[in-house]
Design a protein around this ligand. Structure first.
Ligand SMILES: [Zn+2]
Ligand SMILES: [Zn+2]
Ligand SMILES: [Zn+2]
Length: 351
């Protein structure tokens, strides 16, 4: 059974939608609307089911183009070693494209990706597309992104998720250690410690909202300068452009430390127990970044996390000006930017 499943997973997952063919094998686990909802679509025409499903946003339709296969590709697939298997499977005949049909019914391809060269470093190219940058950056794609030309710069732009806890957990412990050790014996002092730590966590959640809303999603217009667009792409735009790049998801520790220092230095002059507050805020940040990664790549099964995952993907794909809270919707409620998700009659699963 398992071997059968594995073989199935390695296979191409080709579907037909409105006279076009798509290979969804790379996308199945990434589908924000669940993996289980795609069951039974393999090698078939998904048009009618797609139209009955909850509506897909323009961004989702744009992303779908990434998986389109050209008639020649499907021809190749047909003649490959998988031929026998495909033809045995149900609906195998339907997945063979008829070229005349494709020519007559091709939808207008409004792709904006011809504006940039994906095989070259992207960051220097942002300056050339400032007049339509805001529109372009909110149209997601699923392809490798190179930010810089030189490899040593490019290397610095990639952060594996585990680097974040490895770097920050010792810092968090170091910041809290002295105060924790001195208040360990005394219950009331321990309560004070806990209160300041929790204040730090709350401070983070406010910062998470404000940074995401007013810095990461800084208002851009067609005459925003090239430096502003480039800055935006670096800090958050790229995450919206390539939401499935696992190494461009968490915040790299060194710029993170710099940002933390900039925010902490003035606050430390006015706060009581600033180090404890800092450790709470950093703990809040760490949870946020790990949750964010999990929402993109995890297979949540609990109600709360399924809801959070759907909520965050609505921010990505349909309501980029709403749903800024990632680890909690608290400040979305306070600032009235909450996304109200439709109730589903079925459970979404990603595994
Ligand atoms: Zn979908
Ligand atoms: Zn965002
Ligand atoms: Zn995200």
């Amino acid at each position: 059974m398992d071997m059968h499943k594995e073989a199935e997973a390695n296979d191409k997952f080709i579907v037909k939608y409105r006279q076009q063919y798509y290979d969804l094998s790379k996308f199945l686990h990434k589908h924000p609307g669940g993996l289980n909802t795609l069951k039974g679509l393999k090698s078939g025409d998904m048009t009618s089911r797609f139209l009955k499903a909850p509506p897909h946003s323009d961004a989702a339709m744009y992303l779908m183009k990434e998986y389109k296969i050209e008639p020649e590709d499907s021809q190749k697939i047909k003649s490959s070693h998988k031929e026998a298997e495909l033809q045995e499977g149900n609906g195998a005949i339907r997945q063979r494209p008829r070229e005349t049909e494709d020519k007559n019914n091709n939808q207008v391809d409004e792709s904006m990706e011809h504006l940039v060269d994906w095989s070259k470093a992207m960051l220097p190219q942002i300056a050339n597309i400032t007049d339509c940058y805001d529109e372009w950056v909110h149209k997601p794609v699923d392809r490798p992104l190179r930010l810089f030309g030189p490899w040593y710069l490019e290397m610095c732009t990639k952060t594996p998720w585990w680097l974040v806890p490895t770097f920050w957990i010792p810092v968090i412990i170091r910041c809290a250690w002295e105060d924790l050790a001195s208040s360990w014996q005394d219950r009331s002092q321990l309560a004070v410690f806990a209160a300041y730590f929790l204040f730090g966590v709350l401070l983070w959640s406010f910062l998470e909202y404000t940074l995401h809303r007013w810095v990461f999603h800084v208002k851009l217009s067609s005459n925003s300068g090239s430096w502003l667009c480039t800055f935006h792409f670096m800090i958050h735009g790229l995450h919206h452009k390539v939401p499935y790049d696992p190494k461009r998801l968490v915040f790299p520790p060194l710029p993170g430390a710099l940002l933390a220092t900039i925010i902490y230095t003035p606050l430390s002059l006015v706060l009581w127990h600033p180090r404890v507050v800092l450790s709470g805020a950093l703990a809040g940040y760490l949870c946020y970044d790990m949750i964010h990664y999990y929402l993109h790549y995890g297979n949540p099964s609990t109600r709360a996390f399924v809801h959070m995952k759907r909520y965050h993907f609505h921010h990505h794909f349909s309501h980029q000006t709403l749903g800024y809270g990632i680890s909690s919707p608290l400040w979305d409620v306070v600032f009235k930017t909450r996304i109200h998700l439709r109730k589903l009659r079925y459970q979404l699963r990603w595994s």
